[in-house]
Structures are given as C-alpha cells and as structure tokens.
Design a protein around this ligand. Structure first.
Ligand code: MTE
Length: 320
C-alpha cells in the first residue's frame, strides 16, 4: 500500500481553498454523507432564509393520498408551533432562530438498547420515503402534505422495547434562547405528546425529516417531527429531542392544560365535537374562497381502513 507522507511545504487543502468556501464544502460533504442531497442552483427557495432549498432524496412510499397537495407556500407559512408564537404566520417569520445542528434524540425507558442518536445517524436509519398524507387540525382546518421520512416502527425495532413498553412519550425542544414563544404560559413547556405502543408501531406513523422534496423547514418541526395522520395535528410533535417508552400512559401537554377538551387519543372523529365547536366539517387550506363549501370530516381522517381495528371495542366518545 502506498502511503503519502505530506512534506513540510505541501499546502493543506484548506490553504488552497479560501477558509469560508472550505468550511462550506465540508458541510456539504457531511450533508451528502447523511443522505441530504446538495442545494440546487435553481428551484424551490427556503421561505425563511431565501436560499435554495436543501433537497432530501426519497422514494415514493405507501398510503399516498389522492387529494391535491396543499401549496408549498401554505404548508410552510400557515403553522402551529407555539414555541415561536401563537399566530399562524409567526413560526415562518421567527423559527429562523432554531438551531438544528448539532441535534440528538435520546431514546430511552423500557427498551433493551437505550440510544442517543445524532440526527445524521437518524437520517440514515432507514430508506426515506415520500408519504402524502391528509392532516386535520383540531381547530377545523386541513392540509395535504407530501412528507419525507420513514415509519416510526423502524426506530422502535432498533431499540428493542421490553414487555413493559406500553406507551411512547415524545418530548420536544424547549430552549428559551431560541424559542421566543416560551415566554407564553399557554403550555407547560416542553411540549409533550404520547401514543399507545400499537399506534406508534403502526406503519402509517411517520418520523418526518422533510416535506415537498426538501429538508424540513424549521417552522414545520425541523430537524425531526412525528406525523400521525389519523389524529388531530397536535399529536404530531415537532422538533423532538427525547422519546421515552413507558409502562403508564404519559400526561400530554394539551391534556394537562385542558383535559375536558383534549383527550389522550385525539382521533379525528366527526361524531365527537370539541366542547366549543363542531368537528363535522373542515376547511381545506387553499380552498377557502367565499363560496367554497367546507369538506365533511372523515372518521380517522380517512384512514379508518388502516387504523379502525386498533380501537375495536373502545367507546370513542369516552376515550376521545
Ligand atoms: N409541536 C410543537 N413542539 N409545538 C407546537 O406548538 N403544534 C401542533 C403540532 N406539533 C405544535 C407541535 C399542532 S396544534 C399542529 S396542528 C401541528 O403541529 C401543525 O403542524 P404544521 O405547522 O407542520 O402543519
């Protein structure tokens, strides 16, 4: 084997290339190694930075909704992410302060292999798929979003849950230095959500890293979020830092702040009204012309065929 020994005046690559360009090139190589494709010279532009969007390679996945996807603009500018404010346009305007590297997710609790994954390793854990899902917010609006990610079950398999793992809790970032919305006491931070183990393991349940072919915009929950399309949107935690496997049902943020309004299950159900409004219909974002009729809300948001059996024998009015 030929080993090249640098002589004293061999210039370092970083000396040939200006430092700024060199650092950027190293970032790009790191991103490519982590499965993130390189920025395009032309094409979609990140709403926050104004820079070309970073593409995230994915193959078409199962369960694709045939509904027309909501526009990229609406998906990335009409958001709920209370860590960045309560108004729909605030996350897009303010989440630029979220630092998404370095980022790690601690997976712990009732598992044989507790692991802290750094985000680069998570991006390589399973093949990325594009999954276009209908999403229904508890507030009565809906979108259709082409997410990129892989089933949560892929991660669950890696950490080997023990027989005591009956629930999964998701804890998200709460850093007042980066998240101005934490000054509000609307939620007892950090934002927490939970699923039953069979729900977390269901193939529809997605860990998402991107949307519309690009790396997740900060306002949509970068760098890693959950997507559970048959439940109201608030179950889909953004910017996750901890996943805990538990024997007991965890207390979730919304259940803690208003238990009579937000139950643990929060399955989309046109027959169970929110105490302050009907859930029978929904407004599809992008279809809100003056004469546009609302759409009827579908049981389990249209995913009954896939998930209804998870709730066989349960009284969904009581366990809402
Ligand atoms: N996750 C965190 N950490 N903080 C939030 O405020 N809002 C939830 C959910 N996940 C929220 C969150 C709500 S109410 C909804 S409807 C969805 O994110 C919105 O996701 P989107 O903005 O990508 O459509």
């Amino acid at each position: 084997m030929l080993i090249r020994v640098p002589v004293r005046h061999d210039p370092l690559p970083s000396e040939i290339t200006p430092r700024r360009v060199w650092d950027k090139r190293r970032d790009l190589i790191r991103m490519a190694a982590a499965g993130i494709a390189l920025p395009l010279a032309s094409g979609p532009v990140n709403a926050q930075t104004g820079k070309p969007a970073l593409k995230l390679a994915a193959v078409p996945g199962p369960f694709a909704s045939t509904d027309k996807p909501t526009s990229y603009r609406d998906v990335t500018t009409y958001n709920n992410f209370y860590e960045f404010g309560l108004e729909k346009d605030e996350p897009a305007r303010r989440a630029g302060s979220l630092k998404v590297r370095p980022w790690s997710v601690a997976v712990e609790g009732a598992v044989a292999k507790p692991t802290t994954f750094n985000i680069e390793d998570l991006l390589k854990l399973a093949p990325m798929q594009e999954r276009t899902y209908r999403m229904r917010c508890v507030e009565g609006w809906s979108m259709v979003i082409p997410w990129i990610g892989f089933s949560m079950s892929e991660l669950i398999r890696k950490v080997e849950p023990t027989g005591n793992a009956r629930f999964v809790e998701f804890v998200t970032l709460a850093d007042a230095g980066q998240m101005p919305g934490l000054r509000s006491s609307v939620i007892d931070w950090p934002y927490r959500e939970g699923l039953r183990m069979d729900e977390a393991n269901h193939p529809l349940t997605l860990l998402a890293f991107g949307l519309y072919g690009e790396v997740m915009p900060n306002q949509n929950g970068a760098p890693i979020r959950l997507v559970v399309p048959w439940k109201y949107g608030f179950k889909s935690s953004k910017s996750i830092v901890r996943i805990r496997f538990l024997e007991k049902q965890p207390i979730t943020s919304w259940n803690r702040s208003a238990p009579q309004e937000y139950g643990f299950y929060s399955n989309v159900n046109p027959e169970v009204d929110h105490p302050r409004w009907s859930q029978a219909t929904e407004r599809r974002i992008g279809e809100d012309g003056f004469l546009t009729r609302k759409r009827p809300t579908l049981m389990f948001n249209g995913y009954a065929e896939q998930v209804a059996s998870l709730y066989a024998g349960m009284d969904l009015r009581r366990e809402f």
